[in-house]
Design a protein around this ligand. Structure first.
Ligand code: NAD
Ligand code: DAU
Length: 353
């Protein structure tokens, strides 16, 4: 019988981490959760308001690159499982500051592995180290084909390279030390609480404010979008039923070119905001392409469907509609995260637009 009762979640104040934390804390009142997050620009305790006073939940501000802190926490809480979400996650930022990605994604992950190995040594049978990763490690597809779990790694951005490196370390700790690991590699997520540096929330924010919608290159790049709640449901299933040492791909089977996606966003938002059909599309602006921009990502999640019975629950149009509704109902969240440092980042990336 697995003992999953004392769980360390890292990066639980970010987009996916907070969705995962809210979901797990609510669904499993019999487990204790500690959320360790450095609260970088991407971490936000407002994302956790719903559960912050819940008895089975505790927040600790701290950095996964701090090995001393990790050892103290493992000693104090005697964790039986780790759900590792903390990362630097934005490709554009990795292009301008790769070392920050090496620091958190590589060094931070190895620190966590080391702390888990040290504290679980000789008693690993009932433990789980779950590493949350991305499809970007597989590189870029042409017009055909899908990433499977056996696709060779070919990371092409500093972000992807740092995540690929962290995946390799996780598997190396399994093979070398017997650390009981699980991994999943997921496609692009979208949904509430998504920081507006990423395409969908950035465009929602700009449509609301009638600002230009920056499309890199010709907008022909393809991403496979999954509603964040569906990702979290997949993590829950893999965490409880997935096999030790295995990797599971997670994806929505939902490919969109960036331009088609942004037009769908404009269409839905014109209706919701009472604007003329076609009004928001006029904000679309083609800008300089991202350096090394991967053409297409698309996931084959059939292993997860077949072995663990998971499948996405939402159609994309419905998920997008829910996402827009969330942003329109939470203007203060958007206001808080876009005031201050966001303005400097935005001007540097996109000019003063
Ligand atoms: P995010 O940027 O929204 O959140 C990252 C969180 O990690 C933030 O709360 C931040 O404060 C925290 N953090 C960063 N550095 C830290 C450090 N050194 N110590 C402790 N905490 C730190 O990221 P996200 O989009 O929620 O992604 C979460 C995970 O899922 C990442 O590992 C990412 O690679 C992976 N992933 C993301 C997507 C996606 O579409 N967003 C898809 C697949 C996989
Ligand atoms: O595939 C999973 C990955 O998806 C995750 O691992 C990453 O953490 C996450 O950020 C995401 O990476 P992308 O680079 O695909 O996401 P982003 O939202 O930054 O960009 C989506 C597409 O839109 C991509 O082709 C680049 C393009 N884009 C992005 C921005 C921010 C634009 O055209 N304009 C923009 O302003």
């Amino acid at each position: 019988m697995l003992n999953l009762h004392r769980i360390l979640i890292t990066g639980g104040a970010g987009f996916i981490g907070s969705q995962l934390t809210r979901f797990m804390v609510t669904k499993y009142p019999q487990y204790q959760f500690v959320n360790l997050d450095a609260l970088t620009y991407a971490g936000n305790l407002e994302n956790l308001r719903e559960i912050e006073k819940t008895a089975n939940y505790e927040f600790i501000k701290g950095d996964i690159t701090d090995a001393v802190l990790l050892n103290e926490l493992f000693s104090k809480y005697d964790f039986t499982a780790v759900l590792h979400c903390a990362a630097e996650s934005h490709v554009d930022r990795s292009i301008s500051d790769p070392l920050a990605f090496v620091r958190t994604n590589v060094l931070g992950t190895v620190n966590l592995l080391q702390a888990a190995k040290t504290h679980w040594w000789g008693k690993m049978d009932d433990k789980i180290f779950y590493h949350i990763s991305t499809d970007e490690v597989y590189g870029s597809l042409g017009a055909e084909g899908l990433f499977t779990e056996s696709t060779a790694y070919d990371p092409r951005s500093p972000y992807a390279a740092s995540k690929a490196s962290s995946d390799h370390f996780v598997r190396a700790y399994h093979h070398t030390y017997g650390l009981p690991v699980k991994l999943s590699n997921c496609s692009n997520n979208y949904g509430p609480y998504h920081f507006p540096e990423k395409l969908i929330p950035l465009c929602i924010h700009n449509i609301i404010n009638r600002k230009p919608l920056p499309i890199y290159g010709k907008g022909e790049n393809v991403r496979d979008w999954l509603y964040v709640e569906d990702h979290v449901r997949a993590i829950d299933v893999i965490f409880h039923q997935g096999k030790i040492g295995e990797t599971y791909n997670i994806g929505g089977h939902n490919e969109w070119t960036n331009i088609a996606l942004v037009k769908e966003l404009c269409r839905q938002m014109d209706t919701k905001l009472g604007r003329q059909p076609g009004e928001s599309e006029q904000l679309i602006t083609f800008v300089k392409d991202r350096a090394g921009h991967d053409l297409r990502y698309a996931i084959d999640a059939s292993k997860l469907y077949r072995e663990l019975g998971w499948k996405p629950s939402l159609q994309f149009e419905e998920g997008l509609s829910r996402t827009i509704d969330w942003y329109l109902s939470n203007p203060e969240w958007l206001e808080h995260v876009t005031s201050g440092a966001y303005k400097g980042y935005y001007d540097k990336m996109y000019g003063d637009g």
